[in-house]
Design a protein around this ligand. Structure first.
Ligand SMILES: NC(=O)c1ccc[n+]([C@@H]2O[C@H](COP(=O)([O-])OP(=O)(O)OC[C@H]3O[C@@H](n4cnc5c(N)ncnc54)[C@H](OP(=O)(O)O)[C@@H]3O)[C@@H](O)[C@H]2O)c1
Length: 257
């Protein structure tokens, strides 16, 4: 896979993707908003793993920033006077909880969620698969959530989009040498809930997954060309249940707070 580009690479699952990919000898392009954290992570990974690490500070809710990341993904390696290597694995991971009711909530937060978790995913995937199909190899890993099967507001709807979009993409990609995988984890211990001010006290300890296990499973599934990656038996069973439950029952559990 050569070089991997990971969005949201400074914390949680993205940081874990960066470390596991570097350990597997991939060069990296790390994307997030916070420059200091990007530089710190890049320095630590270069020192520990000896791989090349580029950083791209970008807010994926800002169209010009998304365009800069897309431009990096479009690099084929054939451009004259451009030392940058093509990206062989795109991990669309950046995301956040909207953590508010749609009715009465701030519309800006809802639109930012769509921009980061839908619009940017579409634009970055488009740039990546263009370059990858022209080279006949590569992979895209889109991070959705088990919430894609629920009715938890704009967040769940965005993740449902990512899941459906990725499944459709695999059909488009048949015979190209490029694969797409959608990761659908349950609760993972990261900065996600704290950043959104979500109370996690009611989540039973058996409901939590740890980032290293989720990421190892996801990368193994990417290597095997799996389309939907759902780490852990618990969440595989939960997802199967969500798919067969009557929708009124799903709606009853998919509300906020
Ligand atoms: N944790 C869970 O329980 C869970 C469950 C299912 C799915 N997921 C999904 O997993 C993915 C990663 O979440 P996480 O749990 O690892 O969250 P996290 O620990 O809060 O990390 C989020 C990462 O995304 C970056 N980010 C946030 N907003 C951004 C923006 N506008 N532009 C660019 N980068 C941005 C953050 O860096 P900066 O702040 O520096 O930008 C950070 O690196 C998300 O898509 C999330 O929906 C999480």
């Amino acid at each position: 896979m050569g070089t991997a580009l990971v969005t949201g690479a400074t914390a949680g699952l993205g940081l874990e993707f960066a470390w596991q990919l570097a350990t597997a000898r991939h060069d990296l392009v790390l994307v997030a908003r916070t420059t200091e954290r990007l530089d710190q992570v890049a320095g630590q990974i270069r020192a520990a793993a000896g791989v090349q690490v580029e950083v791209l500070a970008a807010d994926l809710s800002v169209p010009d920033d998304v365009a800069r990341v897309a431009e990096r993904l479009a690099v084929t390696g054939d451009e004259p006077d451009d030392g940058r290597r093509p990206v062989g694995l795109l991990v669309n991971n950046a995301g956040f909880a909207t953590a508010q009711r749609f009715v009465g909530g701030a519309v800006g937060a809802e639109l930012r969620a769509v921009d980061v978790m839908v619009r940017a995913v579409v634009q970055l995937t488009h740039a990546a698969v263009g370059q990858m199909t022209s080279r006949g190899r590569g992979a895209v890993l889109n991070v959705a959530s088990v919430a894609a099967l629920t009715t938890g507001g704009t967040y769940a709807a965005a993740k449902a989009y990512v899941r459906s979009f990725t499944e459709g993409l695999t059909v488009d990609l048949r015979g190209t040498g490029v694969t797409a995988t959608v990761l659908c984890p349950g609760f993972v211990r990261t900065e996600f809930h704290e950043r959104a001010g979500l109370d996690t006290a009611s989540i039973p300890s058996a409901g939590w997954l740890d980032a290293p296990t989720v990421v190892a499973q996801a990368l193994a599934d990417v290597r095997r060309g799996v389309v939907i990656s759902t780490p852990s038996l618990r969440y595989k069973a939960g997802s199967a249940l969500l798919r067969i439950l009557p929708r009124p029952a799903v709606r009853a559990i998919g509300h906020y707070r």
